[in-house]
Design a protein around this ligand. Structure first.
Ligand SMILES: [Mg+2]
Length: 311
């Protein structure tokens, strides 16, 4: 049995020990800090409070459709005192990964958003492919006339509202060369939406299509994969044992924390419920036990009570 501790039920001493047990706070955004554009009550106070109490704060999102600068605007508008370097998005991580791993004489074929293009431009990685590329003819005519570019060293797949047959065709064809890197921003199957009648396909559905066609597995930079740990350690010298990951979704946020050796905390304002983690904690399946957070709280606002001085 894997135990999980409620922050809401900690004693005074327990709260102090909890607060003193980490120096770095990583938090997911959607479902923890806000729902769509609606800020979760108390979230800015708590995150700003961590900062003013000397904790290093990082906002970690699998969103690949916004640049760090665009995300910063959202944080600022919602009342979070963030700086660009506090924000870790998958478009930023993918650009960083390709800057370090791609032969600089080669270029990247991108299935993704203009935000990915901006992040690649920022680090000086050559790329092409962003924007519409639809089938203008029958498939045989397309295949007969398609022009594949030379010198493609990587295929990067993120969220792309123009995802199409020609894009799948091109990505898989470039990936036929086994030396061509295959990178994905994240593998979230769908976007959270309210209501039960629709499913909104996420980046994972696009990645899966390319993966199936190419017969290759991508290197994924987003949660729950641990590339982020390397970036945080190399760039900011963080100690994983003094780091806590806060999230609302166990198979991305909590799993990332577990894989990286961070402490983990689930807030119950988003995807997963207490009933689920309670069930998993009693299960014999190690994969389900891995999803059980060290701590849980009704909301991020609850963490206010652990601060040494009232906010
Ligand atoms: Mg979330």
């Amino acid at each position: 049995m894997k135990t999980t501790t409620s922050i809401d039920l900690l004693s005074e001493q327990g709260r102090q020990q909890f607060f003193a047990s980490f120096d770095n706070v990583l938090t997911d955004c959607d479902g923890v800090l806000w729902m769509l554009n609606q800020v979760i009550h108390g979230a800015p106070d708590v995150m700003n409070g961590f900062k003013s109490n000397g904790k290093k704060v990082f906002y970690v999102t699998n969103n690949s459709t916004k640049t760090q600068t665009q995300l910063l605007e959202k944080f600022t508008n919602l009342g979070f005192k963030a700086s660009k370097n506090d924000i870790i998005s998958t478009s930023f991580l993918a650009a960083k990964y390709l800057k370090s791993n791609l032969d600089p004489s080669k270029k990247v074929y991108v299935i993704g958003s203009p935000a990915i293009a901006s992040e690649l431009n920022e680090v000086g990685v050559n790329h092409f492919g962003v924007g519409p590329d639809y089938l203008q003819s029958s498939v045989p005519t397309f295949v007969e006339n398609v022009q594949l570019e030379e010198n493609v060293g990587a295929v990067l797949v993120g969220f792309d509202e123009h995802f199409s047959y020609p894009k799948i065709f091109k990505a898989a064809s470039y990936l036929k060369d086994q030396s061509c890197l295959f990178v994905a921003t994240n593998t979230d199957e769908s976007f959270p939406v309210s209501g039960t009648k629709i499913i909104m396909p996420g980046t994972g559905s696009l990645v899966c299509t390319v993966k199936t066609c190419a017969g290759r597995e991508p290197y994924v930079v987003g949660k729950p994969y641990s590339y982020i740990r390397k970036v945080l350690m190399d760039t900011y010298n963080i100690d994983p044992t003094r780091t806590i990951m806060i999230g609302d979704r166990c198979n991305t946020d909590i799993l990332l924390g577990k894989r990286c050796g961070f402490k983990t905390l689930l807030v119950l304002t988003g995807v997963n419920t207490f009933e689920e983690i309670d069930k998993w904690s009693k299960s014999d399946d190690p994969e389900l036990q891995e999803l059980v957070p060290d701590y849980y709280a009704k909301s991020i606002a609850t963490l206010k009570a652990t601060f040494p001085l009232p906010l």
